[in-house]
Design a protein around this ligand. Sequence first.
Ligand code: 13P
Length: 225
Amino acid sequence: MPIFTVSSWKETGTVAQARAWVNSLAKEIFPLVKGKEIIVLPPFTALSAVSKDLKQLNLPIKIGAQDISRFEEGKHTGEISAVMVAEFASYVMLGHSERRSQLGETDEIVAEKVRLAKKYNLTPMVCVSEIPQAEALKKLINDFSDLIAYEPVFAIGTGKPDTPDNANEVAGQIKSIFPQARVLYGGSVDGSNAKEFTQQKNLSGVLVGNRSLDPNFFLEILKNV
Ligand code: 13P
């Protein structure tokens, strides 16, 4: 089973910055890829350029988007649909706590997006910050068998990660709700703590924000998972 190592850029990165990130990984990433599924989640505007550059450099990194529209297509100004994202990406993150708290994303919306993601062959990576969210999703998407990221709000962007033991415990509870899913941990992961998380029995990888923006720090994480 590969160790998932995911870099999410949130609302960061012009096309030029995204291309520079990809190009700086090119020199050092090859010895670090064995046994890993490396996924980058740039902003929508950089998906095309990142996809082209990864192909050209033949880098073993998959692309994901940070969201999709809850609507399939049509009169939804400003939205970006699953089929549009699927031109560039194979994964999509859904239900991040920042979208839930800042943009009113609900479990119902997340469930609609999961359905659309699957319809267009995007592998969903659904974020939950606590067990009740996983339980609410279970009622809406019964047979979820993809990726779930456990991201406790107190650990996101604070430099204060959850303990590996607690993350493992919560991941175990998530797996009892969704037995087929693989669970990742996210929240203040860096090169010094990544391995403690990926070594846990119930965790299949890490989802990294801040510490993955600098390609050198991301390489450190890849060396240590
Ligand atoms: P940080 O790694 O910056 O804490 O962010 C985690 C996160 O929210 C990834 O989705």
